[in-house]
Design a protein around this ligand. Structure first.
Ligand SMILES: NC(=O)c1ccc[n+]([C@@H]2O[C@H](COP(=O)([O-])OP(=O)(O)OC[C@H]3O[C@@H](n4cnc5c(N)ncnc54)[C@H](O)[C@@H]3O)[C@@H](O)[C@H]2O)c1
Length: 385
């Protein structure tokens, strides 16, 4: 296949702010085309088509699947992802899924089996665990510089999607109600946000073995443009992961406020001889065997994080949601060159099982044993500068 024709489902916040501005760029025409857009809200797909230059607009997902498209990008609410991905696979389309791919391990199993049977590519966001900055933390952790690894901490906190500036407008493109983020299935900060932390820490430490935790609702009511949203999904979840060999990780997903000591999905890993802390721009290593950064005392080294992301070049560096665009282009690349994705459905399944069984552990008070695993393969740093 030379040019992958894409149909995008769900023209809400992430699509309008990030995915469509990227996919509308001329500089990726040699690889893919934004052929169709779809959204059930009357007029939203048509307005999106006109704004971003798609060829076709649909209000019905099944109708879009009948169109001449090769791949589907799913940017709808998380609870719908499984059904839409299965339909796409059954129609022989390749799929990119926004996080999370599904909400249960069983759905993930079925989806992976269906894709294998049909011979289609599935790329499941987020691929952030494989970005160079996180791979560098992994390298430090496995280098022995920190001694024997004991424990880690990572998580995500954030105030809620009703506060996104994008949603302030009143037209059909901007007036997008985020109530689904607080409903079942698929709502809550674990599936939407902590998923980034889980991909990162499992990329560093490998697959987890057991999970336990506590979870609940911190704020039972929220408001979007004066309309009440009853919060039905936990918005405050704290898990403890066991990676085997007495290596533990504290992991949180909360819709409460964050602070400077808790940067979004940035890992801290501690060992017998030292620790590593990542922030958005730097990696700090502290320990008795650490040679200091030139010009500073030994015992502490600060490295600039490598911010490159595959496929993020030129104008794409200025457009939001670069990591999701990179995952979409990874799907395109795998389709064109018949490659197996490294941003894999198997890694996504493992993360989904942690979330699912984390909730179960919190409900039952019983630590849960994880059954899934994944193989980590490097992501080639193609088309980035
Ligand atoms: N908002 C963010 O900051 C952000 C960032 C990265 C990824 N994501 C992910 O992107 C996905 C969408 O999030 P969002 O914030 O854009 O949500 P959103 O609520 O802003 O938009 C969702 C859109 O999907 C549409 N929709 C509803 N039912 C549909 C269906 N059956 N088929 C197709 N479309 C349907 C809605 O009308 C709406 O336009 C989620 O998986 C989320 O985790 C969101």
């Amino acid at each position: 296949m030379s040019v992958v024709r894409i149909g995008l489902a769900g023209c809400g916040s992430v699509a309008q702010r990030g995915l469509l501005p990227h996919l509308a760029c001329e500089d990726i025409r040699q690889w893919c085309e934004l052929t169709a857009v779809m959204d059930p809200v009357p007029g939203r797909a048509e307005a999106t088509k006109q704004k971003f230059g798609a060829k076709l607009a649909f209000e019905d997902y099944d109708e879009m699947l009948k169109a001449d498209i090769d791949a589907v990008v799913i940017a709808s609410p998380i609870g719908i992802h499984y059904e839409q991905a299965m339909k796409a696979i059954e129609a022989g389309k390749h799929v990119h899924l926004n996080k999370t791919m599904t909400t249960t391990k069983e759905e993930a199993d079925r989806l992976i089996a269906a894709a294998e049977a049909k011979g289609v590519v599935v790329v499941a966001s987020p691929g952030n665990g494989l970005h160079p900055s996180n791979m560098r933390v992994r390298e430090i952790v496995h280098s022995g510089e920190l001694g024997r690894i004991y424990w880690a901490e990572i998580g995500t906190a954030g105030g809620g999607h009703e506060f996104e500036p994008f949603r302030k407008g009143d037209d059909v493109l901007a007036n997008v109600n985020p109530a689904w983020y607080y409903k079942k299935p698929g709502g809550g900060p674990m599936y939407d946000m902590a998923v980034y932390a889980l991909h990162r820490i499992t990329a560093i430490l490998g697959p987890a073995k057991r999970v336990t935790g506590m979870s609940g609702i911190g704020l039972p009511k929220r408001y979007f443009k004066g309309e009440e949203i009853i919060v039905e999904m936990d918005d405050n979840t704290h898990l403890l992961l066991d990676f085997g060999d007495n290596i533990f990780c504290l992991l949180y997903g909360s819709n409460s406020a964050s602070g400077p000591r808790h940067p979004f999905a940035q890992p801290f890993v501690s060992g017998s001889d030292g620790s590593v802390t990542a922030t958005m721009g730097q990696i700090e290593v502290i320990g008795r065997n650490v040679l200091g950064t030139p010009g500073s005392e030994s015992g502490r080294r600060v490295e600039e994080a490598d911010r490159r992301i595959p496929w993020v070049f030129g104008v794409h560096k200025e457009i939001p949601e670069r990591h999701v665009y990179a995952d979409i282009m990874h799907m395109v690349d795998c389709v064109i060159h018949n490659k197996k994705p490294v941003v894999s459905a198997e890694h996504a399944r493992h993360v989904i099982e942690i979330i699912e069984l984390g909730y179960k552990a919190a409900q039952t008070g019983v630590t849960q044993t994880l059954t899934t695993t994944f193989e980590l393969k490097p992501w080639e740093l193609v088309h980035c500068d």
